[in-house]
Design a binder for this molecule. Structure first.
Ligand SMILES: [Zn+2]
Length: 110
């Protein structure tokens, strides 16, 4: 990643952090499944499902909203989730291992 990309990425992160910090987020329920949503970063726009102003949880976003935006039918959605889930879990495990290695390295350096 070049310096221009890093600068742009950091600028976006700072703006996003301010937006979340300044947000007077009101806890609410997912408009699709009723799960509790306690922070802005846990909420998603359910469009084209739900009504304007509704919020949905991450699970409904991945399993219902994104497939609806892609115009997938329920069978295709199930296939998509089934295919993607192992990849997502693999990536998360990789992140956990990198984080653990980083923490171990810091522990040994201290
Ligand atoms: Zn939900």
């Amino acid at each position: 990643m070049n310096i221009e990309c890093k600068t742009q990425r950091n600028s976006v992160r700072q703006k996003t952090a301010k937006m979340v910090a300044n947000d007077d987020f009101q806890p609410c329920e997912c408009s699709l499944c009723g799960a509790e949503i306690n922070a802005a970063h846990q909420s998603n726009n359910p469009y084209p499902l739900g009504s304007e102003g509704d919020k949905c949880c991450h699970i409904c976003n991945v399993t219902q909203v994104i497939p609806a935006r892609l115009g997938l039918n329920p069978d295709e959605t199930e296939d998509l989730v089934r295919d993607l889930l192992p990849l997502v879990l693999e990536r998360l495990r990789g992140q956990e291992e990198r984080l653990k290695a980083l923490k171990d390295a810091r522990k040994h350096a201290a």
